[in-house]
Design a binder for this molecule. Structure first.
Ligand code: SAH
Length: 342
């Protein structure tokens, strides 16, 4: 604005238009003088992502927004609206370099790191979409209340951009989302976990564990060769000591791969092992029955096996929940984001 000879307060006005009103371009910034609005519309780009389609499931309460970078690479964002909250699941990369065998995004490989602006932009798309949902479903929230970094990509593999997006979305003068309403999920990059422990904003942390032993985990997640379970849990222990904030361990259940009774037992032993010294009141396990990925020679655990696994953990005093599913029929559920129209 300074270079356009405009007063400084115009910059704040525009920032508010973007972050509070989710304006898609200068034309929508109705509190600006007409000439400035037109110049913005002509010369400034607000969006760098192109909307390709919006797919709906669960009577429109779940929506997958398929976006594209200028070169056509996919970026997917999922909105899940509940009576008491509206959660947006955001991508931190287009594709993903981590190549977990059970995840559709890993099959794409690493296409791009998203900029902070591109991460924020997904939330702006979702913020507009949630208003449309609320119009169709009276009594449901009309604003985004929770944000999970569980879409495409590994947030800690794009740490600086990812964190810049958190700070921007947290800004009380802007989007104003409380730190505790953010959750970041990591494949288990130890340096990222250590770095997060030092950040000033208390966002929630989820760890993709998925197996109780290195052999099984390395088969599913190549990252385990770099950061085996003992190193991962040492970083989590230090994180818990520093922050005293509860973490969750995600555990995707694959029939006969990692859902056997002895693996449930081993998992409780690992998590409660005095050598790892994890404070028991500061973690829980979130089971995710595997969502189908085309071409993956794997099977989803049967419902009884999910229940038995959960019971085995609870019986040994490890708090354990099963993730409620949304959007499997539009390929919007965990691990199904691969830039396809569903
Ligand atoms: N890269 C981050 C965020 C990715 S996705 C991470 O790995 O944590 C969020 C969760 O969905 C992760 O726990 C991931 O392992 C899990 N997931 C991946 N593919 C899945 C699938 N097909 N079904 C169920 N969960 C899956």
């Amino acid at each position: 604005m300074a270079s356009w000879g405009q007063p400084a307060f115009r910059a704040r006005q525009i920032y508010r238009q973007l972050q509070v009103n989710h304006a898609g371009g200068g034309a929508e910034m109705t509190d600006l003088p007409k000439a400035l609005r037109e110049r913005l519309e002509a010369e400034a780009r607000v969006r760098t992502l192109r909307e390709v389609t919006v797919l709906r499931a669960d009577q429109g309460l779940t929506r997958k927004i398929l976006l594209q970078l200028p070169d056509g690479s996919p970026v997917e964002t999922v909105l899940m609206v509940y009576p008491d909250r509206a959660t947006v699941c955001v991508s931190s990369q287009s594709g993903c370099p981590m190549r977990c065998t059970f995840c559709a995004t890993g099959k794409l490989g690493h296409l791009h790191d998203l900029t902070a602006g591109q991460i924020v932009e997904q939330v702006m798309w979702a913020a507009r979409e949630v208003k449309a949902v609320a119009a169709e479903h009276p009594g449901h929230p009309d604003r985004v209340t929770n944000l999970v970094f569980m879409g495409m990509g590994e947030p800690f593999n794009n740490y600086a951009n990812w964190w810049a997006s958190v700070e921007r979305l947290h800004d009380p003068q802007g989007f104003n989302l409380g730190a505790r309403n953010f959750t970041v999920s990591t494949v288990g990059l130890v340096p990222g976990i250590r770095r997060l422990a030092t950040e000033p904003l208390p966002v929630n942390l989820a760890i993709s564990l998925h197996a109780p032993d290195d052999e099984t985990r390395a088969k599913m997640m190549p990252v385990n060769r770099r950061y085996p379970i003992a190193d991962l849990l040492a970083a989590v222990r230090d994180y818990l000591e520093q922050t005293r904030r509860r973490v969750s361990f995600e555990y995707v259940l694959l029939q006969e791969e990692n859902d056997r009774p002895e693996q449930a037992r081993l998992l409780t032993e690992v998590l409660r092992d005095p050598a790892h010294a994890l404070p028991p009141q500061l973690f829980h396990v979130n089971l995710i029955p595997w969502n189908p990925v085309p071409g993956a020679p794997l099977a989803r655990s049967h419902r009884e096996r999910v229940r038995a696994f959960q019971k085995a953990l609870r019986d040994r005093h490890v708090p354990c929940t099963v993730r409620v599913e949304r959007g499997t029929d539009i390929a919007a559920a965990c691990g199904q984001l691969a830039g396809t129209a569903g």
